[in-house]
Design a protein around this ligand. Structure first.
Ligand SMILES: CC(C)(COP(=O)(O)OP(=O)(O)OC[C@H]1O[C@@H](n2cnc3c(N)ncnc32)[C@H](O)[C@@H]1OP(=O)(O)O)[C@@H](O)C(=O)NCCC(=O)NCCS
Length: 176
């Protein structure tokens, strides 16, 4: 396993974050959704203004996964009121976790997940949680393998398509 380097994304790197976010989102989901739904969602989620706002939130943290000087993936972590749901101060949310197509299956996802777990333990969180599209079988299997369990679900609009997100959590026994 090649160890990745986790580098906190700086506000000045917003354009790079935008490019990486868009590219990884389209590569992962374009073949499973309509062109219109993808474009509608991306037009809202992936703009300089939106990402700059997210980068300036002290409770949101973006990190690039660097492998041999390449951006192989990224992760977005939220605590406190930056969380998209619950806003539980004892929790940490993984809002986004992406590994570029050509870097997948090399344990980069595993290292990103471990990094998030380490941050949650460090912050004395009792659990770590995330939402995942119920059609994303690959990611659901990956999370289950790493000890996450489904505890709820909610609706999520991808453009005009109403989708179901499964909510999964991993309890951090060491912090209970
Ligand atoms: C889900 C995702 C983050 C996983 O990242 P990854 O870097 O491929 O993850 P890993 O390499 O750690 O593990 C992936 C699989 O490869 C397997 N694998 C890892 N290293 C391996 C090795 N050396 N030999 C064989 N298999 C290996 C693992 O067993 C794992 O299988 P599993 O999914 O059944 O658990 C990645 O697929 C991704 O970005 N997908 C697109 C975006 C996405 O869906 N994000 C989640 C949104 S909620």
């Amino acid at each position: 396993m090649d160890p990745i380097n986790l580098k906190k994304v700086k506000p000045s790197e917003v354009q790079t974050l935008l490019n990486v976010s868009r590219e990884m989102f389209f590569t992962a989901f374009a073949h499973l959704n309509t062109v219109d739904d993808m474009a509608l969602y991306a037009a809202k989620a992936f703009t300089i203004e939106k990402l700059s706002e997210e980068l300036s939130n002290p409770d949101s943290h973006f990190y690039f996964a660097i492998l041999n000087e390449n951006i192989a993936g990224y992760i977005k972590l939220n605590t406190h009121t930056a969380q998209t749901e619950f806003q539980d101060p004892q929790a940490l949310e993984i809002e986004r976790i992406y590994v570029g197509a050509k870097f997948q299956n090399q344990q980069i996802g595993k290292q990103l997940l471990q990094f998030a777990i380490d941050k949650a333990v460090e912050n004395k969180c009792e659990y770590i949680w995330l939402g995942v599209w119920d059609a994303n079988h690959n990611a659901i299997r990956f999370y289950k393998r790493h000890g996450f369990q489904i505890f709820s679900s909610h609706e999520f609009m991808l453009g005009n398509d109403k989708q179901t997100d499964l909510l999964m959590k991993k309890v951090l026994e060491e912090n209970l």
